[in-house]
Design a protein around this ligand. Structure first.
Ligand code: ADP
Ligand code: F6P
Length: 324
């Protein structure tokens, strides 16, 4: 029989993402409405190990649904990978009467949640990352805001690129995953998109594309380059030298991680946060909440971590076709 849940907690872990606050708010308020106490853990697993644990009331999450970042703070805490540290973290939860924990983060954070579950603390993961690189879900908290921020920035670069008849390489976030580059590449009508999953480092092909599109009368040439490939500045220099076309690099960087969440990120994060509080209060553990085939669902963490997904070939190819 599952233990009675009297107190739940929430933490954010890994890179911050717009919409995490909406999720925290939903966990707190749905937890309270379910009749449990709710605590907030600051700075992810690091804060848990340092016992930075505070009581959360409904008013503590007022006025945050519209803000980026995370009011709880986040951190990377490599010690959490050690089995004795994981056992100690579970003891700290017990010391603070925490029966269940919602962990908002990516795959790495899920592993920490899984370890806590193995050590007797009920855990539920929520997908929080701008990168969309969690295989079990078609939606991650923050991705929508990040792509809209990047899309608007790329529109602006395109204006000046066209006016000066330049080639522009715009580097977007995504160290291991190219979803931000794919989506903005299609949405911004980029001539080329370079994804960590796909790029073959054939710069000659890129150069040929730029020369061909200039011959067809294009005044700009937008290359959306994912962070995982990087080196945009040196790439721009090489392209300019090879084509004679002025080429500039713009690295969008952390501005993609901040800012007010879009309506979609607020909505999905709110539903997922409430869902997590509900299943935690029902005594479920070692699960992650996901959005799949138009529904909010939950999976066993191990099952979720073993799922795979990749860049859709048709979407990748169509991007190039539509801009030629
Ligand atoms: P994300 O959650 O976005 O994937 P990270 O991979 O940086 O981000 O992981 C966030 C945190 O999750 C790490 O700093 C660490 O505290 C915890 N974590 C990562 N991997 C593991 C693991 N294998 N076991 C336990 N905890 C982990
Ligand atoms: O949040 C995801 C992400 O933006 C990745 O695209 C990137 O590789 C990583 O975070 C960088 O984060 P940090 O510099 O904070 O380690």
């Amino acid at each position: 029989m599952s233990k009675e849940i009297k107190t739940i907690a929430v933490l954010t872990s890994g890179g911050d993402a717009p919409g995490m606050n909406a999720a925290i708010r939903a966990v707190v308020r749905k937890g309270i409405s379910n009749g449990v106490n709710v605590k907030g853990i600051k700075r992810g697993y690091l804060g848990l190990l340092n016992e930075e644990i505070v009581d959360m009331e409904a008013k503590d999450v007022s006025d945050i649904i519209q803000t980026g970042g995370t009011i709880l703070g986040t951190a990377r805490c490599l010690e959490m990978k050690e089995p004795d540290v994981q056992a100690h973290a579970a003891d700290i939860c017990r010391k603070h009467n925490i029966d269940g924990l919602v962990v908002i983060g990516g795959d790495g954070s899920y592993r920490g949640a899984q370890a806590l579950a193995r050590n007797g603390i009920n855990t539920i993961g929520l997908p929080g990352t701008i990168d969309l690189d969690i295989a079990c879900t078609e939606y991650t908290i923050g991705f929508d805001t990040a792509i809209n921020t990047a899309m608007e920035a790329i529109d602006k670069v395109r204006d000046t690129s066209s006016s000066h008849e330049r080639c522009s390489i715009i580097e977007v976030m995504g160290r291991n995953a190219g979803y931000i580059a794919l989506w903005t590449g299609v949405a911004n009508g980029a001539e080329d998109i370079l994804l960590p999953e796909k790029y073959d480092y054939n710069e000659q092909e890129l150069i040929n594309n730029i020369v061909a599109s200039r011959k067809r009368g294009k005044t700009h040439h937008i290359i959306v380059n994912a962070e995982g490939i990087g080196h945009s500045t040196s790439m721009a220099k090489r392209i300019e030298a090879a084509t004679g076309i002025e080429t500039r690099a713009t690295i969008l960087g952390y501005l993609q991680r901040g800012g007010n969440p879009t309506c979609k990120d607020r909505f999905y994060a709110s539903i997922m946060g409430a869902y997590a509080a509900d299943i935690l209060c029902q005594g479920k553990s070692n699960r992650v909440v996901a959005y799949k085939h138009g529904e909010f669902v939950d999976y066993d963490i191990e099952e979720a971590l073993n799922m795979t997904k990749g860049i859709d070939e048709y979407q990748f190819e169509i991007c190039k076709k539509l801009s030629r």
